[in-house]
Design a protein around this ligand. Structure first.
Ligand code: CMP
Length: 230
């Protein structure tokens, strides 16, 4: 139970709830273990559950028969699946698949609604996260429309560093395994182009790639090269 409360405290939606309120959610959460590569749901599926990640990484993506675009990569403390539950007449807006073995909790629509009614500040938190995700989606549209492949890859690397980075040896280590294909799917390019850019960045001494993990030697410098300096 304490483990679960620690997790919920780190989920933006529930951050302002008291310990007693968090304790009252715990029995309503269902624990599910997923193996790496499992599809949690597909775009267009019906859905009446919100998911909260305790352990592991989940990619959110859209696809057609030839290509895929990754919209987000979520990790511990992130939630997803809220759109279909707050718009009951609509289905899943994207697919979700595990990139690692995952431990995920699910919460049914009725329970979540009940909680929102009793604690309206959860709605404000939900709006905050939705606005943040909309900003990122706008950035993705901008990047795909206006930026070259190298800058798009650089921005995808910075996104991953912001979401999953840990400071190490003066640089930032992206603490998830990411394939060239996945990076390409984030940046809207081919696997070959992503590989070429990663090779160039490595040769320039900006990154080190080891066993599908990326190390940024100088985060600020890369941010500048990606045109993301504040
Ligand atoms: P839902 O539509 O229920 O199922 C797919 C989920 O992916 C969606 O809820 C959101 O939680 C998440 N999602 C969809 N689009 C985006 C996006 N652009 N950025 C981040 N998350 C998204």
């Amino acid at each position: 139970m304490n483990d679960l409360i620690d997790l919920l405290k780190n989920v933006p939606l529930f951050q302002d709830l008291s310990k007693e309120e968090l304790e009252s959610i715990c029995p309503l959460l269902q624990e599910i273990r997923w193996k790496r590569g499992n599809v949690i749901f597909l775009e267009g599926d019906t859905g009446d559950e919100l998911f909260i990640i305790k352990k592991g990484i989940v990619k959110i993506y859209r696809y057609n028969d030839k290509k895929e675009i990754i919209l987000a990569i979520f990790g511990p403390g992130d939630f997803f699946g809220e759109m279909a539950i707050i718009q009951p007449s609509l289905n899943r807006s994207a697919a979700a698949e595990t990139l690692e073995n995952c431990l995920i909790y699910s919460l049914k629509r009725a329970v979540f609604y009940d909680f929102m009614m009793k604690h309206p500040h959860i709605c404000i938190k939900l709006l905050e996260v939705t606005a943040q995700r909309l900003r990122r989606a706008n950035d993705q549209i901008y990047n795909l429309t206006f930026l070259d492949v190298r800058t798009r890859i650089l921005r995808s690397i910075i996104y991953l560093a912001n979401q999953h980075g840990v400071n190490r040896n003066g640089g930032v280590w992206i603490d998830i395994r990411i394939t060239h294909q996945q990076l390409a799917d984030m940046a809207g390019t081919s696997r070959e182009s992503a590989t070429k850019v990663l090779q160039t960045l490595s040769e320039e001494g900006l990154i080190v790639v080891k066993k599908k993990r990326i190390f940024l030697n100088d985060y600020e410098l890369l941010k500048g090269l990606a045109g993301l300096n504040d």
